[in-house]
Design a protein around this ligand. Structure first.
Ligand code: GLU
Length: 308
């Protein structure tokens, strides 16, 4: 049989232990790639070492393995790839204007209109400054975006369009403290590790047009996108670290094996149509992307969870 052309990935930010919401996103990304006979890579998004420790990265990997995930090739660590991002920045600067910006987040938040993901739409004011204007802080670097619509067809959400100039504004590629931005690192890493499909949470859909613009500047073909529903708590809010009961540490204490957890998540997503206890690999032949729910899902613990 010919090797599948599909490569998927999971790219957690290890700022603490995972919770059900992260596991849900990882499960759908893994099942999408594995059900197509594809490869699956793991990338640790630890760009900001002040927020992510090595111990957290180790815990994330250990928890993923305990849950039954497997990965191909080496694990990528973004904290070790600064030179690769610096080269990419140079390459992008041949296609688009990259310029220093001294505005602070606080000053922008107060005045600018806000884009789809809540960040202020930057009006390009630092691009118009005279080159000899004095500054009292190091700048971040922004890329000037085109005034045109970028569109994609998401495998789950359907058509999505964004005019980067009107709805996003020039965005940051390198922060004032020298760290490369998520938008740059994610594109460079997905492209260089041969990722063909990005399956991740719906909160990142508004980032896709920015990332497609960077693919264009770098001359790489963009992946296919599939933005999956987020898991919400009973209060309708996104599951987060504050919901202790859904933390993987707590879940591992409560369940001796991953099947009740994976089965409950698969049932929530629509992969299986009644609550059951199943391993990830048992779900591969059952996975059908068209059966997956499109809108965010309130997580209701399966009745199986209530049994001792
Ligand atoms: N590191 C991001 C997160 O944990 C995911 C990035 C991505 O999938 O593009 O939310």
């Amino acid at each position: 049989m010919a090797e599948s052309a599909v490569t998927g990935r999971f790219a957690p930010t290890p700022s603490g232990r995972m919770h059900l919401g992260n596991i849900f996103a990882a499960m759908l990304a893994w099942l999408s790639a594995r059900s197509a006979g594809g490869r699956f890579v793991l990338r640790i998004e630890d760009l900001d070492l002040a927020r992510c420790s090595e111990a957290d990265s180790r815990a994330v990997i250990d928890d993923l393995l305990w849950l039954g995930f497997d990965f191909d090739g080496e694990v990528y660590y973004q904290s070790r790839r600064a030179e690769i991002y610096a080269d990419a920045l140079k390459k992008i600067s041949r296609k688009a204007d990259i310029y220093p910006c001294w505005c602070t987040r606080g000053s922008l938040a107060a005045t600018a209109p806000h884009g789809a993901d809540g960040h202020p739409i930057y009006d390009g004011r630092c691009r118009r400054l005279p080159p000899d204007a004095p500054h009292d802080r190091p700048p971040c670097l922004r890329v000037a975006v085109p005034d045109r619509v970028i569109s994609l067809t998401d495998r789950l959400q359907g058509g999505y369009r964004q005019n980067l100039a009107a709805e996003c504004g020039d965005f940051i590629l390198r922060r004032a403290d020298g760290l490369y931005a998520y938008q740059l690192a994610v594109v460079v890493d997905d492209a260089l590790s041969g990722v063909t499909e990005v399956v991740r949470g719906l909160d990142l859909l508004p980032s896709a047009p920015r990332q497609m613009f960077l693919y264009e500047c770098l001359g790489y073909p963009p992946p296919s996108y599939c933005h999956t529903p987020l898991l919400l708590g009973p209060d309708g809010k996104r599951l987060a670290k504050r919901d202790g009961a859904y933390d993987i540490g707590e879940l591992r204490k409560r369940f001796a094996s991953p099947e009740p957890i994976i089965g409950a998540l698969a049932y929530c997503a629509g992969v299986i149509d009644r609550p059951d206890e199943l391993s990830l690999s048992e779900l591969i032949p059952l996975f059908d992307i068209s059966a997956i729910k499109k809108d965010n899902i309130i997580f209701l613990p399966s009745p199986l969870w209530e049994q001792p």
